[in-house]
Write a protein that binds this ligand. Sequence first.
Ligand code: GH3
Ligand code: MG
Ligand code: MG
Ligand code: MG
Length: 312
Amino acid sequence: FVKPAETTLLVRKIHQSLKMSEKQPLKVLLVDDQQSMVDYFSSLLRSHGLMVKGLSSAEQVLPALEQFEPDLFIFDLYMPEVNGLELAKMIRQLDKYTSSPILVLSSDDTMQNKVSIIQAGSDDLISKQTAPSLFVAQVISRAQRGHDIRSSASRDSLTGLLNHTQILVAARRCYNVAKRINSQVCIAMFDLDHFKKVNDTYGHAGGDKVLLAFAHLLQQSLRQTDFTGRYGGEEFMLVLPDMQKPLAIAKLNAIRESFSHIVFVEDGVEFKVTLSGGLVFSDECEEFQDCLLLADKHLYEAKRLGRNQLVV
Ligand code: GH3
Ligand code: MG
Ligand code: MG
Ligand code: MG
């Protein structure tokens, strides 16, 4: 038996890692072998509203990344064992951080050092003697860029929904949570009906408007704790954690129904679009992969039965 609060908490964690909401502070991971430097720069940045994880050795970096997803890395150049450049190279090899900004800190800000730092793939060298206000300004602007890169990489550019990779990450995590604490998650695959015809008749721009309208409808209709992603061209995946079957079905059916009533206008011509959906619940499958197969099978069945309907 599990209290609903626990699911909410776990689901919120998944959201935090995927959504990176604007309200979250910018996050910086700082490594310097001198603890006094770590303390000084961390408190300077914290006093300007940044969230800082300060470490005094390179070995602590990988474990720290499991809990803390930085927008910007700052590495001291001279450190025993692994220096700042080597550490930067290692970070660049992690899928999640291939494009993250990395600043290297040194009191030795010679041209030669600057050149080798940039050649090694880091973004810039900052002198430890830089005026605090300039240091803070540089860090904030780089961290903001890093944040933007990371959030655009997880979202679909047309609709702003999670992209294919991220919605699958969300679905898999919710599935694992549901299995672990014995709650229920609904995974739905929605596919717009005869969308090729919409494009052929009203143009690609007309089709895009329909996709956007649908994305807006989803965002309005679902809870903060639900996940919505663009799975493919005109295919969407919804993940509804911790919701009883009848309620999930009713909710998704209401979305299908509302969408079918939207009147689009293109060059003065009015038209409507419908969608079909396949639903699956976590207790119906042994493995996450089975959920995807079953949802897809149900979607295919909804199409076969005449579209504009959901199959559970
Ligand atoms: P069904 O009812 O069986 O799903 O038929 P359908 O025509 O919707 O399915 P099909 O897979 O044959 O065609 C999907 C179409 O979606 C093809 C493509 O032109 C369109 N599409 C995919 N991505 C986009 C997009 O980003 N914008 C626009 N406007 N159209 C897109
Ligand atoms: Mg040092
Ligand atoms: Mg379609
Ligand atoms: Mg399709």
